[in-house]
Ligand binder design. Structure first.
Ligand code: ZN
Length: 103
């Protein structure tokens, strides 16, 4: 176990590159109780979650390798991925909290 000095900064790991990062540099995807997969901009939605780096090519890897399906144990089709991609892009550039994503 690595001692955690600051419990206010929970660390999560990206499902594509497996790097551990501050929660704020990752985007959370969540599987809602009714089986839908959403981008969770608030990070507080209930459900099974998976994290992907907001920067870099990790999301591309996730799409190509169908990593969300494995992480969240769901079935996603091309349309689902297209919707998630749009939502993901929206977080990247349109966020009022954009400073938090600076690495
Ligand atoms: Zn990553």
């Amino acid at each position: 176990m690595i001692p955690v000095k600051d419990i206010r900064k929970p660390l999560r790991s990206c499902i594509a590159c497996r790097q551990t990062a501050d929660k704020r540099t990752l985007v959370r995807f969540v599987r809602t109780p009714d089986g839908a997969v959403l981008v969770d901009a608030t990070g507080r939605r209930a459900g099974r979650g998976a994290y992907v780096c907001v920067a870099g090519a990790c999301f591309e890897k996730v799409c190509k390798g169908h990593l969300l399906e494995r992480a969240l144990r769901v079935k996603l089709d091309a349309r689902d991925y297209a919707g998630l991609k749009e939502a993901f892009a929206g977080i990247d550039c349109g966020s009022a909290d954009a400073k938090a994503f600076e690495v």
